[in-house]
Design a protein around this ligand. Structure first.
Ligand code: P6P
Length: 353
């Protein structure tokens, strides 16, 4: 018997993969590799706490609201602490933007070359009902000189400046999916060994699909272009899949093909999702996987951020589906542009004095 069959290889760990990929960058000095490992460590710790949340008193609302005015769950606060602590202790990051903190977070690592924008736990309102949730992160090189605190200019860079981006999905299995601009790779967490192993090498998203993800509860306030696209999906007999957890909806559509849409609505006039730590990182990943991301008219990663918690409409997924949505929006815009100007209100004849 082939003795190798007695002890099948366990596969490539995330650490080994990061080190191998670092060799692709001859001038890499290892800081970005270390930063990715710091994020993976925090993800393992958060994963453990999510898995136990039903057993120890860390589920449920924390009793305060974040800068977005959203009720914080206890695990939102815990995840935020865990990721900030890991990045601070790792030493590579000078400044952090977090969904859970209004102001930029200075880590004290003023020699750190990197800035991180992070949503520590997205979809956390789903924790108590055991729906998959996730962490989303973006990594940028600082533009200000080292030796001092990071600046707003370091944090408010367009998505095209990202050096890496990724997400962790805490679901039926826990996965970390990331890119450094050379393709997208997914790693599955093996709890018994405490390691992420390469399980989804070189992810490519289907160029089209038959899944659309949008909250149709807001359909009354969709723009005509968005409404027309949703009707198109129905006419094509697509499947409506919307979990209410961005990372879970995105991950499914990335692997199977489909589109996720969070448009401007009456309640969220610029859309609900945040550019820096939700839209841009997923946009980087989807483009590296052959998909597309825009705000309906403009490439997500080219939007120039003005404030850390800026929101934007979000159309992301299979290239052909995003382009179809954009075509409906463009038609609507053309129709508006060519709509005849309303007749001027006739002035009341002024009686001769
Ligand atoms: P709605 C979770 O709060 C989140 O940010 C995303 O994970 C999710 O896709 C979206 O909001 C759900 O928002 O308005 O449809 O409940």
């Amino acid at each position: 018997m082939d003795h190798n069959k007695l002890a099948l290889p366990v596969g490539t760990t995330l650490d080994r993969f990061i080190m191998r990929k670092q060799e692709d960058f001859p001038y890499a000095t290892g800081e970005l590799s270390q930063l990715l490992r710091d994020i993976a460590l925090a993800a393992k710790i958060v994963n453990r706490e999510i898995n136990r949340s039903g057993l120890i008193d860390i589920a449920g609302a924390y009793g305060s609201q974040n800068v977005q005015g959203e009720d914080q769950q206890k695990l939102d606060v815990i995840a935020n602490i865990r990721f900030i602590r890991a990045l601070r202790n790792g030493g590579e990051v000078c400044t952090i933007i977090s969904e859970e903190d209004d102001e930029m977070i200075q880590t004290g690592n003023n020699q750190g070359k990197y800035v991180v924008a992070i949503d520590p736990l997205d979809g956390s309102s789903n924790i108590d009902v055991n729906v998959s949730i996730g962490t989303i992160f973006s990594i940028y090189r600082r533009v200000s000189p080292t030796g001092r605190e990071g600046t707003a200019a370091d944090c408010l860079q367009p998505g095209t400046h990202q050096v890496a981006a990724g997400y962790v999905i805490y679901g039926s299995s826990t996965m970390l999916v990331y890119t450094t601009g050379n393709g997208v790779n997914g790693f599955t967490y093996e709890h018994s060994l405490g390691e992420f192993f390469l399980s989804h090498p070189d992810i490519i998203t289907p160029k089209t699909g038959s899944i659309y993800s949008i909250n149709e509860g807001s359909s009354d306030s969709f723009s005509p272009g968005v409404a027309a696209f949703v009707q198109h999906c129905k006419d094509q007999q697509f499947s409506a899949r919307y979990i209410g957890s961005l990372v879970a909806d995105f991950h499914r559509n990335l692997l199977k093909g489909g589109i996720y849409v969070y448009p401007a609505t009456a309640k969220n006039k610029s859309g609900k999702l945040r550019l820096m730590y939700e839209c841009n990182p997923l946009a980087f990943i989807v483009e590296q996987a052959g998909g597309k991301s825009s705000n309906g008219t403009r490439r997500t990663m080219e939007i120039e951020p003005k404030i850390p918690h800026e929101r934007c409409p979000f159309f992301i997924g299979s290239k052909e589906l995003v382009e179809k949505a954009e075509s409906f929006i463009a038609k609507d815009t053309e129709a508006c542009d060519h709509k005849p100007a309303p007749e001027p209100t006739p002035k009341k004849a002024v009686a001769a004095k």
